[in-house]
Design a protein around this ligand. Sequence first.
Ligand code: GLY
Length: 357
Amino acid sequence: MEYSSTQSEIIFSTQPEIDIESIIGQYHAGKVYVATEENVFKLWFDKLPFLKSLPLVVIPSGEENKKLSSVELIWEFLSSSGSDRKSLLINVGGGMLTDLGGFAASTFKRGIDFVNIPTTLLSQVDASVGGKTGINFRGLKNEIGTFNIPRSVIISSSFLQTLDKKDLLSGFAEMIKHGLIYSSEHFYELCNVDFDNVDLKSFQDIIRHSVQVKEYFVQQDPTEKNIRKALNFGHTIGHALESLLLEQHRPVLHGYAVAWGMMAELYISRAICGLDPETSDDICEWIGSLYGNISISADDFEELYKLMGHDKKNEAGRINFTLISSPGNFEINQECSKELIFESLRFLQNRKNPEND
Ligand code: GLY
């Protein structure tokens, strides 16, 4: 199997318990280790006998464990089990675990190979693909990390059967983003997904289309110097909303914040990139029907603006937006006045929550 430093091999598997062993066996002769998280270990490892038979370390689940002491646990485990530079680490879990395990592997003995097996939709379509690894540090998300491409990513929608609707929707927001920035075909395919009745087998093809969009950007621009910034659509405002809600002790899943961030950035896209207002309204209606609407007050706007200013994607002190001119067509490095940002926040604030109708 071919491997290049800017490209992972992405494998879509319908029977992970069988495929994982043959995939790993085919290309890796060195020692193999596993890092996973508690919830995934409990739910899945009895059904994954090959992985269970390997030396493994289990990290407590939860974003709060995406921290340096968890990286130390993985380093200690690798070191004390005799791992060398030819060893392979298999990371099995959600985005927290694949980011953490990727970072531990990237830094252990100056870097060993790793494979990601993402078990949440968010990590399948986003976190585990594209080589961003890292941990949170001093309250800042992904403050410490590396760009380091996993050798392979093994994706199976069968893992999603243990997720609830909210977790599925959290990952789905990144898929909507992929459609909106690069593929109207993918976007309209997503509009037909029935969330109360998801057929996971056919959903695997939809996941594949989404991952293809992400891979397109990663291959062109692995270290985010230019067009990979397109993947930040919805995230400039989305990350600020996510941080604000965390500060206010009413945390939300990442994808919900991104969904609301996309609504606000669609509003800005109308003003700056000429996005058709009717199309924008229709998309916002649909996103609102899935994610509801966020409750924020005008008193939050200054804090949100300050949080946007801290985004590590900003350049030369200016807030950097990715916007769209139509579904499937993005524009990077867009500047936006404070006034228009506040207008977009008012737009979010004034939307009616369909659940309250
Ligand atoms: N999550 C956006 C990126 O990987 O660039």
